[in-house]
Each structure stands twice: as C-alpha cells, then as structure tokens.
Design a protein around this ligand. Structure first.
Ligand code: COS
Length: 379
C-alpha cells in the first residue's frame, strides 16, 4: 500500500523504520519489563524532528503533513508501542491544541520547546468520575484577582511524570457541564501542582500514567487556551487528532504481530514441516493482513482529511475503532501462532497483546467511538 505515499513520506518511513529497528527494537522488551521511560530514544527522536512532525518550521516543527505523522507513529510503535504513545500524546494532545487554539504569544512561548522535544507535554482531561463522560469534569478553575486558581485531581495523564507542560481541562462553570469547561496551559513547576499515583498497567509500561493533583494552582489569566467555557470543544477537536495517533500506534502493533507471526510460522517445525505449511496458520495470517490493510486505509484516509482541513471527527472515530480492534485481533493471533511460546516472555507476542488492549480504551473506548459514529449516522 506504500504506492499511496509521496516520495517524502516514503523517505520518512524508511528513516524511522531503520532507526526503530536499530535503536528501539533491541531495548524495547527490557525497558517495558522494567517500566523504564526511554529517555535516550526520546532525545534521539527529538533530534530527528519526530516530536513536532507536522507543525510549521516557524515554531520549530518539521513541516511535514499529518499522514507522515501517522507513518512515523506506526513505525515507532512497531517496535515499542510505549514510545509511540509518548510521542503521540505529546504531539496530538498538547502541541496540536496549542498550535490550533493558542494565541500567537502562547505559540511563541510554548511550541519551540515542545516541538523540539526540550519539554514533554501531557494532556489531562480524565478524572475519577469523568472518564467516557468527559463533561462530568469536577476540577475547577476560578478567577481570583485576575488569575486562574485551579483545584481538583486529574487521572491517567500519559507522560504525567515527565511532562513540563500540561494542557488541562477544568470547569469554569460546573452548572453548565460541557458548556462550562475551559482549557488551560499549566507549567509543571507551578506551586500546588503535584504528581500523585503512578498507575501500574497491563502494558505500555515505559510510558507514565499519572494522577495530577491541583491544590490552589494559580496561573496567569492569559494561560487559558481558547475561549472561556469552550474547552470541551478544544478537547473534542484535539481528541479527533489524538485518536488517529492511537490508531497509528495500533497499526504498529498489528504490523509487529503480523511480521513476527510470519517469521515464526516459517521457522517452527511441527509434524515434520514448518507450521506455515498448515492451512490453519495460513488463514490466520491472511486474515491478519486483510484486517491490517483495511485499518491502514481508514487511518490514512482520515489523516488525509485532516491534512486537507476537512471535518474528520467521524472518520477519526471509525479509523480508531477499526485499527485498535485489528491490533488486538492480530496480537491475539500472533500469540496463538506462537503456541505455548507466545505466552512466555521469550517472545514479543505477549507484549503486543498487552499493548494492543489499551488502544481499545484510551482516547475514547471502542464504545465511545461507536457512539460518535452512530450519532453522525442518525442525526
Ligand atoms: N468536534 C467539535 N465539537 C464537538 C465534537 C468534535 N469532535 N464532539 C462534540 N463536540 C461538541 C458538540 O457539538 C457539543 O457542542 P454544543 O455545546 O455547541 O452543543 C458539545 O461538544 C458537547 O458534545 P456532546 O453533546 O456530544 O457531549 P457528550 O457529553 O454527549 O459527550 C462524548 C460526547 C461521549 C463523545 C465525549 O464525552 C467523549 O469523547 N468522551 C470520551 C472522552 C475521551 O476520549 N477520553 C479519553 C481521555 S483523553 S486521553
């Protein structure tokens, strides 16, 4: 399907794929087992311009398109899905809303450090009682002496431990639910902001997932991102892009599952011949490839819509729904083809399965994606 890509996109794909195979693959499993944030890899990917792929040069971005971004996330996630989500959350959920909704001053102040990878970003929407129902946000922001004072606790913030810049959603009018939420840019060293519980997770263990506690966190009035009480839309538009980042991460996991399954099927001898000769295995591999190609077309199509400036909320939900379910399907088959060995840490298959599951949950569960798609169909 690479025939759909431009020369520039193909060059990027080649560069990232070689980097990931040489530098990420050898350390991915050990890092994951030790819950180790891949700081060195993130630094090197920053130097390669991978933390600001689709933003203009004037703010320090790499000036490529969004399709290129999806390709890079896929190639990185092919070897380490944790690294994929670290970059995706930073790019899609922090750099993107600042670029799209920020004032010129905010862009000048925050984007160069974020796009160059000098600083890592974290997006904090979720709370204990506001998961799929993101509008139930209870964290508050009150204007006191012309400054915003934030109080509450956010949950499951990807990059929460390493981030220096947060894009944070808080209620500026609790009675208005989704129409009373505003977005803010908050710096890590602001007094009153602390990192709470760090989650212990089934997979993507190199990326931190943190609770962010806000106790009278006082920030300048100009740190509101976008308009007062329009933050829910900032979050939803941001998640439209973020969901394509996760869909691309899912494509990476699916690709890893297919490549490892094919390799193992050719090597593993049972009944006197490679198991690749068995139709049961062949059909699994055929189904994996077919599903993966379908998912990739959906992701690239929605990414192209974003590049063209079209509204792509429904297409993003469709792509994320399909790609995440395909990642789980492929990872599950990869374990199955590996048999008993697939259930051990001697092979990467078990990691792919653990990593795949979260793509069906974060940045909107598969049920939320179906809700978004159904609402668009039935309105
Ligand atoms: N783009 C622009 N605006 C959007 C939008 C989008 N993709 N989706 C919703 N909106 C707008 C709606 O048009 C509506 O606007 P008005 O106030 O002008 O009527 C407003 O946002 C509220 O939308 P809606 O009524 O659909 O809100 P709901 O409370 O029903 O929530 C879902 C909708 C469930 C889709 C939303 O809460 C959601 O995406 N939940 C999952 C959150 C998530 O992904 N969390 C992951 C954590 S982030 S890492």
């Amino acid at each position: 399907m690479d025939y759909l890509l431009t020369e520039e996109q193909l060059m990027l794909k080649d560069m990232v794929s070689k980097y990931a195979a040489e530098k990420i693959a050898p350390v991915a499993s050990e890092n994951e087992r030790n819950h180790r944030y891949p700081a060195e890899i993130i630094n090197e990917l920053s130097e390669l311009g991978m933390l600001g792929i689709y933003f203009p040069d004037e703010y320090g971005g790499s000036g490529m398109d969004f399709v290129s971004y999806t390709i890079a996330i896929e190639e990185i996630s092919r070897h380490c899905a944790s690294t994929g989500v670290i970059i995706s959350a930073h790019t899609s959920l922090v750099c993107d809303p600042i670029f799209r909704f920020g004032t010129e001053e905010q862009k000048q102040k925050y984007l160069p450090d974020l796009l160059s990878g000098n600083k890592i970003g974290s997006f904090t929407l979720t709370e204990a009682g506001a998961g799929s129902d993101a509008g139930a946000t209870q964290t508050t922001a009150k204007l006191v002496d012309d400054k915003w004072v934030l109080n509450g606790a956010k949950l499951f913030a990807t990059n929460g431990k390493e981030a220096e810049t947060f894009v944070l959603l808080a209620s500026t009018d609790l009675s208005q639910k989704t129409r009373g939420i505003s977005a803010f840019i908050v710096e890590k060293d602001t007094p009153g902001l602390s990192i709470g519980k760090l989650e212990k997770k089934l997979g993507i263990r190199c990326s931190s997932t943190a609770e962010i506690i806000l106790e009278d966190v006082t920030i300048p009035k100009e740190n509101m991102l976008g308009e007062l009480n329009k933050g829910f839309k900032v979050a939803m538009v941001t998640l439209d892009g973020g969901r394509l980042g996760i869909a691309s991460q899912a494509l990476g996991i699916a690709k890893a599952s297919i490549e490892d399954a094919v390799k193992y099927a050719k090597e593993r001898i049972q009944f006197g011949r490679p198991i690749a000769d068995l139709q049961a295995i062949q059909w699994m591999i055929a189904d994996m490839k077919t599903e993966d190609d379908a998912a990739k077309l959906l992701v690239w199509s929605a990414a192209t819509m974003k590049d063209k400036g079209l509204v792509y909320s429904t297409e993003s939900a469709i792509a994320k729904l399909k790609a995440s379910e395909v990642a789980s399907f492929c990872a599950n088959k990869c374990v199955q083809i590996h048999g008993g060995y697939g259930y051990t840490e001697d092979f990467n298959a078990e990691r792919y399965l653990r990593d795949a599951k979260i793509t069906e949950i974060y940045e909107g569960t598969s049920e939320v994606q179906r809700l978004v798609i159904a609402r668009a169909m039935l309105k």
